[in-house]
Design a protein. Structure first.
Ligand SMILES: NC(=O)c1ccc[n+]([C@@H]2O[C@H](COP(=O)([O-])OP(=O)(O)OC[C@H]3O[C@@H](n4cnc5c(N)ncnc54)[C@H](OP(=O)(O)O)[C@@H]3O)[C@@H](O)[C@H]2O)c1
Length: 335
């Protein structure tokens, strides 16, 4: 089968389209004919080797973290799916493999696609949608009436985060450039700050929960506009010890490393009276079913910025790497 394969860590030349053997079905697996796959910043970060401290699969390795497709075989222990089902999934991180004509996924990571989505839109949901849901619902405990600040609202995660925070009943302020303003407003953002024209820390408003999708100076500015005692969850800055303990299976050596690299951020957060948490989202068919229901009820829209044929996946990844996507980027397979 055709697949987009990482041969060594590096720039765009490190990955290429090639023929590889089809994946082997395990008892709890679904074998899926992939019809569309979503792209995410983690794909180029992984290709560059930025995740090597956490994930070290044997190379060559088929890239790709989320997909939508049709089940063409099921393992002997599979309970919830049948051949012919239309499914979507954020695949297991150590397995990846979504950028290929066929992929094997654990049934716990998959959910049935909402009937009102095509494969292209469905492939855009899992990774970014689950990240937003897990951060806002589980980590930030967003409730009606809370004022939530989301940095970077116009990208893949942001377009889901704005809508999920609104669904949870929050008042939402987000940052976007002029290029993204109309989009984030259309998704329900109550207030939009043009980050190219205004420093976030000049705001007089104070927020109950912060979700950071940008990192760097933006995160530091966010600490200054949160109410004391509140929490900021980032998925774009640096991991901290809880990331290793709660998201990466309690690896002690990693917790120590993360303690060291996040020392500066945690000190600045502590001085502002804020709790800092870096979340690594986790695959979850159960959470994906929550998103599927919201989509089916018309409460969650999927924003696909661009779609490319699978043969142009390198161009698609270049576009994601530009950092300018408005919503999601997807590759599609024929038919
Ligand atoms: N830890 C995890 O589990 C996890 C999961 C998902 C994502 N992430 C990370 O979260 C980050 C966001 O992911 P994504 O998929 O949303 O990325 P993305 O789709 O590539 O984000 C692109 C968007 O970000 C906007 N943007 C760029 N710089 C900005 C800034 N300084 N302030 C506000 N907006 C800015 C751009 O708008 P303009 O072009 O208009 O500037 C563009 O619309 C990435 O670093 C990704 O790796 C982590």
């Amino acid at each position: 089968m055709r697949a987009y394969v990482l041969r060594h860590y590096g720039g765009p030349e490190a990955a290429q389209l090639m023929d590889v053997a089809a994946p082997t079905l395990r008892p709890r697996d679904l074998l899926v004919e992939v019809r569309a796959a979503g792209l995410n910043p983690v794909d180029f970060k992984f290709r560059r080797g930025m995740l090597r401290v956490i994930l070290r699969p044997k190379l060559p390795f088929v890239l790709g973290n989320e997909l939508a497709g049709e089940v063409i075989a099921v393992g002997s222990d599979v309970k919830r799916f049948r051949v012919g089902d239309r499914v979507f999934a954020r695949v297991a991180k150590e397995r990846a493999g979504a950028f290929a004509e066929q992929a094997c996924i654990d049934e716990d990571d998959a959910a049935h696609m909402p009937p009102n989505l095509d494969f292209t839109a469905a492939a855009a949901v899992p990774l970014a949608g689950l990240t937003a849901l897990q951060a806002l619902r589980d980590e930030l405990d967003v409730k009606p009436g809370l004022k939530v600040f989301i940095s970077g609202g116009a990208g893949g995660v942001g377009t889901f985060a704005i809508q999920i925070a609104k669904w949870l009943g929050a008042h939402v302020t987000t940052t976007a450039s002029k290029r993204g303003e109309a989009l984030v407003r259309s998704l329900g953002a109550d207030e939009v700050i043009d980050y190219t024209a205004q420093n976030i820390s000049d705001r007089e408003d104070r927020y109950h929960a912060g979700f950071d999708l940008v990192g760097g100076k933006t995160l530091d500015q966010m600490f200054k506009i949160m109410k004391p005692g509140t929490k900021v969850v980032s998925v774009a800055a640096l991991p901290e010890p809880q990331t290793a303990i709660r998201d990466l299976g309690g690896r002690r050596a990693l917790a120590a490393l993360f303690w060291l690299i996040s020392y500066g951020i945690r000190s600045r957060a502590r001085r502002a009276g804020i709790r800092y948490r870096y979340l690594f989202m986790h695959p979850s068919g159960r959470d994906l079913a929550v998103l599927a229901e919201l989509i089916e009820q018309g409460k969650l829209k999927v924003i696909v910025d661009k779609k490319y044929p699978f043969g142009e996946i390198a161009e698609a990844l270049d576009y994601v790497e530009s950092g300018r996507a408005k919503g999601k980027v997807v590759v599609t397979f024929t038919p």
